[in-house]
Design a binder for this molecule. Structure first.
Ligand code: NAI
Ligand code: 15L
Length: 274
């Protein structure tokens, strides 16, 4: 996106976790426009620091390191963690223990708001002929989706008890382009990801709000009406990719659970108990 969304709203220091990942690499140059200092963290290598960047390599499961990581931070964009169905021990360390470490450190340092990368896999076992809203009961499609549901529950608890605000983003599929028929419904462009994150950071009052992260695709499984106060207005659409994907994929195999449920192939991946 060429223009900054909220040039009038600047932060002192934003912390971006998961900065070495797919979305972290996209958000790194974009978030810099909205703050004086951008603290970037990941357990993986983050390269060299540009002007106004601070690099901190930590594992989210390391409580003391995460405590230090949050010092002097105004707001957090939490993208770090396991992002697919993987071994339970890895999910436990990064997405459960790591998230508790993050929120406890945020509480200790007086951080006011966290934008949490949740996932559509919190509701992955709804069918593709249903439209779901953040008010509907969760139906996680695996331990990964369940760990994101835990994160949303944790965010709610830290709002109720400690007044730390969170916007939980149930991101659909944020990639350069939709990869298959399912992603025609779930795609979130990178520019819309930036719009979503900035709306979540700057909306005046959010408490704990859950919002689906999806572009303005013609076919959708998610109703974001209840989160209109966040002010997220996607500008992109998957429509331009439809013809090529339909032609490449051919007829739908209705015996495959991945075509019946919103979580797609995640509904038949794992569980990987180790
Ligand atoms: P990614 O897997 O590319 O990036 C995640 C980053 O977290 C990686 O750089 C990894 O090194 C880091 N990480 C993992 N475990 C860690 C630990 N224990 N300590 C510190 N860092 C750790 O994932 P991506 O695509 O960038 O997604 C970002 C976030 O958004 C993830 O939390 C993911 O679950 C969520 N999400 C992404 C979607 C997408 O379509 N890209 C869809 C739904 C949710
Ligand atoms: C996710 O939660 C994953 O992090 C991402 O890699 C995609 O697979 C996405 O969901 C999806 O549902 O397409």
């Amino acid at each position: 996106m060429t223009d900054s969304l909220c040039t009038h709203l600047r932060f002192g220091r934003i912390l971006l976790t998961g900065a070495a990942g797919n979305l972290g690499r996209q958000l790194r140059p974009r978030l810099k426009r909205y703050c004086d200092q951008l603290r970037l963290s990941d357990r993986a290598d983050l390269g060299a620091a540009a002007a106004g960047e601070e690099l901190v390599q930590v594992d989210l499961a390391d409580k003391a390191a995460v405590h230090q990581l949050l010092e002097g931070v105004d707001v957090v964009v939490h993208m770090g963690g396991i992002s697919t169905e993987q071994a339970w021990s890895a999910i436990l360390g990064a997405n459960i223990v790591g998230l508790v470490n993050l929120y406890e450190a945020a509480r200790a340092h007086g951080v006011k708001r966290i934008v949490f990368a949740s996932s559509n896999h919190v509701t992955g076992f709804y069918r593709q002929d249903q439209v779901v809203s953040p008010q509907d009961p969760i139906r996680p499609d695996g331990f990964y989706g369940l760990s994101k549901a835990f994160g949303e529950g944790l965010a709610q608890m830290y709002w109720d008890r400690f007044r730390i605000e969170t916007v939980s983003l149930r991101i659909g599929s944020s990639f350069p382009a939709p990869r298959d028929r399912r992603m025609l419904a779930t795609w979130l462009s990178y520019d819309d990801t930036e719009r979503l994150v900035m709306s979540a950071l700057t909306a005046p009052v959010v408490g704990h709000t859950i919002v689906y992260g999806v572009s303005d695709n013609p076919l959708t499984w998610w109703d974001n009406t209840s989160a209109r106060h966040v002010g997220f207005r996607p500008q992109d659409t998957s429509e331009g990719f439809r013809a090529e994907i339909e032609q490449r994929q051919g007829p739908i195999d209705t015996s495959d659970p991945a075509t019946r449920y919103q979580g797609g192939a995640f509904v038949r991946s794992g569980p990987f108990i180790d």
